[in-house]
Design a protein around this ligand. Structure first.
Ligand code: F6P
Length: 375
C-alpha cells in the first residue's frame, strides 16, 4: 500500500515554507506516496482540517511567500479551546492514526521542534525541517527563511543610509530575531551599520553615544544603529538574570506565591522591553545632540518572495526528508550540513537555542571594521 504522509507548518511563517512543501510533495508523489496537508499547524491536525496536496496544488507555489497550509503558534499540550487551555495531544494522536499516516512532517522553528518531539514520544513517526528567519535552531548550519529576511533587512539599512545622511540624523533600525542576534548582525554587517546591538552582547548606551560622537568628530553627522529586538542594555540584562533566577528558586521551593509574584514581574519587564528601541533612540538624541528616528522593520522581514538561496535550501531539505521516510528514520530533524543534510535526533535539538558565539567570524569582522557593538 502507498505510504501516506502528513505535512504541517507551525510557528511564525517564514519565506521558503511553500518551497519546502513543494519539495516534499513533488518528491513524495514521484515515489508513489500520498500526501495530505494539515491547516494552521498543530491546530489543524487537532481539528482535522486538511488540504489536498497534489500536482495541481503544488504547482506555482515555489516563489510564494507565507505558507499555503496556514500556520499557528498553538501547542498540542496547551491548546486554547473555547475559553480553556487544554492538552489536546491525545486528539492529535487519534487523528494521526485515523488518517493512517506513515509519518508526520512538521516544518518549524525551535518551538515546533519541541512540540514535534513531544508527539514522537507518544509514538508518532515524526520528522521535522528547520525554518525561521531567526536562524536560532540548534544542530543545523542554517534555517530557511533567514537568507530572505537578511536580504530584506540589509536593503532597508541601505535605504536608511541616504535619508540619515541627508538629515544628519541617527536612525535606529529594529530588526527581528527573538532572543538571537543572527539577523541584526548579518544585515548590520552587510549593510554597513555603524552600531550593531544584539542580545548576546548587553550594551551600554553611553558607549553607543560615544561611538556616534567619534563619527561626528571625524565630520560624519549621521549614524545607523542596527538593534536586534531582543538586545538588552547592561542594566536590563542584569535585571533579566535576576528575575530568571528568582523564578527558578520559587519553582524549586514550590513557593506558589513567590512564583506568581515573579511571573508578574517578568510580564512587566517584557512589556517595558517592547519600548526599548524607542528609549535607546531618545537616550542617543540626548547624549549626542543629533536628531534620532526609529524604524521598526517587524513582520515586513517575514513576507514576500523567498530568495533563491532559501528556495534551494527548502527544496533540497524537502526531498531529503522523503529519503529519510523511505529509510524509516523518524524522531529526527533534517538539518543542514554544508551542501548536505543530516538526520539529527530531536532530543538533541530541543531546548537549545543557537545564539551568536562571541568569537563568531561575523562578530570578529564587525569589530575589525570599527563597528560599535555597544560593549
Ligand atoms: O520567530 C520569528 C519571529 O518573527 C521573531 O523574530 C519574532 O520575535 C516573532 O516571530 C514575532 O512573532 P509574531 O509573528 O507572533 O508576532
Amino acid at each position: 500500500m502507498a505510504k501516506r504522509i502528513g505535512i504541517l507548518t507551525a510557528g511564525g511563517d517564514s519565506p521558503g515554507l511553500n518551497a519546502a512543501i513543494r519539495g516534499i510533495g513533488k518528491t513524495a508523489l514521484a515515489r508513489k506516496m500520498n500526501i495530505i496537508g494539515f491547516r494552521d499547524g498543530f491546530r489543524g491536525l487537532m481539528e482535522n482540517r486538511t488540504m489536498k496536496l497534489d500536482h495541481e496544488t503544488l504547482a506555482s507555489i515555489l516563489t510564494l511567500g507565507g505558507t499555503i497550509l496556514g500556520t499557528s503558534r498553538d501547542k498540542p499540550h496547551k491548546m486554547p479551546v473555547g475559553s480553556e487551555v487544554m492538552d489536546m495531544t491525545e486528539v492529535i494522536c487519534d487523528n494521526y492514526h485515523r488518517h493512517n499516516l506513515e509519518a508526520l512532517i512538521c516544518i518549524g522553528g525551535g518551538g515546533t521542534q519541541k512540540n514535534a518531539y513531544r508527539l514522537a514520544q507518544k509514538g508518532l513517526n515524526v520528522i521535522t525541517l528547520p525554518k525561521t528567519i531567526d536562524n536560532d535552531v540548534s544542530m543545523t548550519d542554517v534555517t530557511f527563511g533567514f537568507d530572505t529576511a537578511m536580504e530584506i533587512a540589509t536593503e532597508a539599512i541601505d535605504r536608511l543610509h541616504s535619508t540619515a545622511h541627508s538629515h544628519h540624523r541617527i536612525i535606529v533600525v529594529e530588526i527581528m530575531g527573538h532572543n538571537a542576534g543572527w539577523l541584526a548582525l548579518a544585515s548590520g554587517v552587510a549593510g554597513g551599520a555603524d552600531v550593531i546591538l544584539i542580545p548576546e552582547i548587553p550594551y551600554d548606551p553611553k558607549k553607543v553615544a560615544q561611538a556616534i560622537r567619534m563619527r561626528q568628530h571625524r565630520g560624519t553627522n549621521f549614524s545607523i544603529v542596527a538593534v536586534a529586538e531582543g538586545a538588552l542594555s547592561v542594566k536590563d540584562a542584569k535585571q533579566k538574570v535576576r528575575l530568571q533566577t528568582k523564578k527558578v528558586e520559587a519553582k524549586q521551593a514550590k513557593d506558589e506565591k513567590a512564583l506568581r509574584k515573579v511571573t508578574e514581574e517578568i510580564k512587566v519587564f517584557k512589556k517595558q522591553q517592547s519600548n526599548s528601541t524607542l528609549i535607546l533612540s531618545e537616550q542617543l538624541e540626548e547624549m549626542t545632540g543629533l536628531e534620532s528616528r526609529v524604524t521598526i522593520l517587524g513582520h515586513y522581514q517575514r513576507g514576500g518572495t523567498p530568495s533563491a538561496n532559501d528556495r534551494l535550501l527548502a527544496t533540497r531539505l524537502g526531498s531529503a526528508c522523503i529519503d529519510y521516510i523511505e529509510k524509516g528514520q523518524y524522531g529526527i530533524m533534517v538539518s543542514v550540513n554544508g551542501e548536505g543534510a543530516n538526520a539529527i535526533p530531536l532530543e538533541d535539538v530541543v531546548g537549545k537555542r543557537k545564539v551568536v558565539p562571541e568569537d563568531h567570524p561575523w562578530l570578529v569582522s564587525a569589530r575589525d571594521v570599527g563597528t560599535c557593538l555597544g560593549d
